[in-house]
Design a binder for this molecule. Structure first.
Ligand SMILES: Cc1ncc(COP(=O)(O)O)c(C=O)c1O
Length: 279
């Protein structure tokens, strides 16, 4: 659709985006995660008149950190590039109408294509892009992944519509969600359990060992009835294996306490490190 398009892609972009970029068979440059200086240096090295697109995420699912959206939009303006953002982990959860981080930060108007899901917060399945009428029409007409597959069944579409409508106004639920994530983080800290906190609802607890990570996940399920997937290589780099918690607004305080106490016991059992300040 855009001959000669050059795509600049954050190194931690989700596999679905990487797959999409590959199918474009165009030139691609990968910039270091959230590194706007690196992105700038790549943009500077490219021909001024070449069409460009910067692809990144608003909230990265493995670390729970946010993309530098405003800075990337500034660069896109300066270098006349299009912007493509994946808001899969943010739609429904951030912004006064659940539009995602770009809505929360009043940046949606600076993005050319927003991609979201009807899974995760909306609890169903399917996905969408939000873009201009012309771009949407062009993609609808040419994207094989969209054309040569069955469309969503009516029951799923109806459920997704109900979820989207509900989360357009239920800010109390969104606030409860954030409060629950904060509670989980504070309880983990209180017991000296390690965690990465980037201010989002995604709470990674680093384990740093694939065998122990799988063991913790198995024991949480078998002995405590808690299901948390182990995240090992190749999903994350070796040495950064982790458990990743995403509390929901309907988890109770008792459930959070039960989880953290269970984890505390297992941490002792598996002889894992604690936070330096409380060790
Ligand atoms: C960042 C990101 N983008 C896209 C997807 C794909 O979402 P879906 O499976 O709902 O289409 C995922 C799924 O985990 C994701 O984490």
């Amino acid at each position: 659709l855009l001959p000669g398009l050059i795509i600049l892609s954050d190194e931690l972009n989700h596999a679905s985006m990487i797959e999409g970029i590959r199918h474009g068979f165009g030139e691609k440059h990968v910039f270091r995660h959230n590194d706007v200086a690196h992105l700038r240096s790549i943009l500077q090295s490219l021909p001024t008149d070449a069409p460009k697109l910067i692809a990144f995420e608003s909230l990265y699912s493995m670390d729970g950190d946010f993309g530098p959206i405003a800075e990337i939009c500034d660069l896109a303006e300066e270098f006349n590039a299009l912007t493509y953002i994946d808001e899969v982990h943010a739609v429904g959860l951030y912004g006064r109408r659940g539009g995602g981080v770009t809505e929360r930060d009043n940046l949606a108007h600076r993005i050319d294509i927003i991609n979201g899901t009807l899974a995760k917060a909306y609890g169903v399945m399917g996905g969408y892009i939000a873009t201009s009428e012309r771009l949407g029409d062009a993609i609808r007409s040419y994207a094989p992944g969209f054309i040569f597959t069955t469309s969503l069944p009516p029951a799923i579409a109806a459920a997704a519509t109900a979820s989207v409508r509900h989360l357009k106004s239920d800010n109390a639920l969104r606030d409860m969600h954030q409060a629950k994530a904060k509670l989980l983080k504070s309880r983990l800290r209180a017991l000296g359990l390690p965690l990465d906190d980037h201010g989002s609802h995604i709470v990674p607890v680093p384990v740093g060992n694939p065998v122990k990570c799988k063991m913790l996940s198995d024991l949480l399920l078998e002995d405590h009835g808690i299901y948390v997937q182990p995240i090992n290589f190749p999903t994350v780099p070796r040495g950064t294996e982790r458990l990743r918690f995403t509390p929901s607004p309907v988890h109770t305080d008792q459930m959070v306490n039960y989880l953290v106490n269970s984890l505390d016991g297992l941490w002792k059992q598996c002889a894992l490190n604690r936070l330096a300040q409380t060790a």
